[in-house]
Design a protein around this ligand. Structure first.
Ligand SMILES: [Zn+2]
Length: 273
């Protein structure tokens, strides 16, 4: 019996050993698999890092190329013969001493014309005591008329009135059939009207041959002609220059006169006629 028990015990021990061996083998296999997995991850990481580096280097090189071509462009601009910004060239567009016009003021496209003010204008027939002046925006339109009349060879056009002070509007005596506006309402008080000699058929100075051309040229530049109602009279409407109304415009022009305008040596007495 003892021998049999011993043999059975030995069998059990052998079985245990066998199981242990199998477990060990499994563990080894597992360990090997884990090791392979780690190797795989490391190789993967190295590949990704490499790829990233290649990408980075590619971007770096292309950026460098861009910078280089930009440098070349700048270099080309500096050394070429483009003289647009050369302060020593012969572009005389802005030379302040140009004397190609006989205009009493120089229109400046950049100045703010939204408020307006009186300027002296060379108007044949209007003497200094009648302040030969117009609102600056109206003066521009008169100069455009003058240029066109000159180009057409029309003899000098003369005038009797341009700007009027309120006092002058009160004092003026209507001549012939030409009406007189109520003081405080006349377009002349805004510096937006001209009375032209030669447009009135009932006047001895009527310009039978060219009055119609004169009227057309004024109208070409935005002037209103009242024809029979007031033949010599031409004016620019308030809306034409962005003024709210004739009355507001009159207040501005009269205020400019009271402040000492127009500047430029043509200012006449307040109540002269
Ligand atoms: Zn008039």
């Amino acid at each position: 019996m003892n021998t049999t028990k011993t043999i059975k015990r030995q069998h059990k021990q052998l079985n245990k050993l066998d199981k242990l061996n199998k477990l060990n083998k499994l563990n080894k296999l597992n360990n090997q698999k884990g090791f392979l997995a780690v190797i795989g991850i490391v190789i993967g990481a190295v590949l990704i890092a490499f790829a990233a580096m290649v990408l980075f280097l590619t971007l770096l090189v292309s950026d460098g190329t861009k910078k280089k071509s930009l440098d070349q462009d700048v270099g080309a601009k500096v050394t070429n013969n483009d003289t647009n910004n050369d302060p020593t060239n012969n572009d005389t567009n802005n030379i302040p001493t140009d004397n190609t016009t006989n205009q009493p003021y120089k229109p400046d496209e950049e100045q703010d014309l939204s408020t307006g003010y009186l300027v002296c204008v060379s108007l044949p027939g209007v003497s200094a005591n009648r302040t030969p002046a117009l609102d600056v925006r109206v003066a521009r339109r008169y100069l455009a008329v003058k240029q066109e009349l000159d180009a057409l060879g029309i003899p000098t056009v003369r005038f009797t009135w341009a700007f009027r002070t309120n006092c002058q509007q009160i004092n003026i005596v209507p001549s012939g059939r030409n009406p007189k506006a109520k003081p405080g309402t006349s377009p002349h008080e805004a510096g937006r009207a001209l009375d032209v000699v030669g447009l009135d058929p009932s006047s001895g100075a009527f310009r039978k041959n060219d009055y119609f051309t004169i009227v057309k040229v004024f109208q070409n530049h935005g002037w209103q002609w009242l024809a029979k109602k007031d033949p010599p009279h031409m004016h620019i409407d308030a809306g034409e220059v962005g003024e709210v109304s004739n009355l507001v415009w009159i207040q501005k022009a009269q205020a400019d006169y009271k402040r000492g305008g127009p500047k430029g040596g043509c200012r006449g007495p307040e109540c002269g006629s």
